[in-house]
Design a protein around this ligand. Structure first.
Ligand code: ZN
Length: 148
């Protein structure tokens, strides 16, 4: 994917709510998963979330990792549904909706994919931000439809 062409993430109805719900449910740990949908008109249209288990070995309050086997299974499921894997999401239980240095390092190899960070204040307030994964720093892009 060419990250320079993507300006916006368009969320299908209910996706914003699901992201917030998952982030709150996972507290105090980070939730994570896949953003799936299709590309059209310079936008990524997110139709579906595939929640993945956070398999980080330690400090899941500040780390996330996904298992290769889960990723392969998810990719197969999406192919069957005619959807593309467009990116990932994870939450920051007590942080800002901005990628950490570790986030940027761990998504090495996924340049050009999207990434949503859901930040919570540890309570029920959430903030979403969307990015295109690239180095040395992710590019922030607009997010539409988050308030449904
Ligand atoms: Zn993070």
């Amino acid at each position: 994917m060419n990250p320079n062409k993507i300006q916006q993430l368009q969320l299908a109805p209910d996706i914003g709510r699901q992201l917030k719900e998952q982030a709150l449910q996972a507290l105090p740990e980070e939730c994570c998963g896949i953003l799936a949908g299709y590309l059209a008109g310079g936008r990524m249209h997110i139709r579906q979330l595939l929640r993945l288990v956070n398999v980080a070995q330690q400090e899941r309050m500040a780390n996330f990792a996904v298992a290769d086997a889960d990723l392969i299974k998810a990719a197969r499921l999406l192919r069957q549904q005619g959807l593309e894997l467009l990116g990932f999401y994870h939450s920051h239980p007590f942080g800002l909706p901005a990628p950490s240095r570790k986030d940027v390092a761990s998504c090495n190899g996924w340049d050009g994919y999207s990434h949503i960070i859901v930040a919570t204040d540890g309570g029920d307030r959430t903030q979403l931000a969307a990015f295109i994964t690239q180095r040395p720093m992710w590019k922030r892009i607009q997010i539409q439809g988050a308030e449904s």
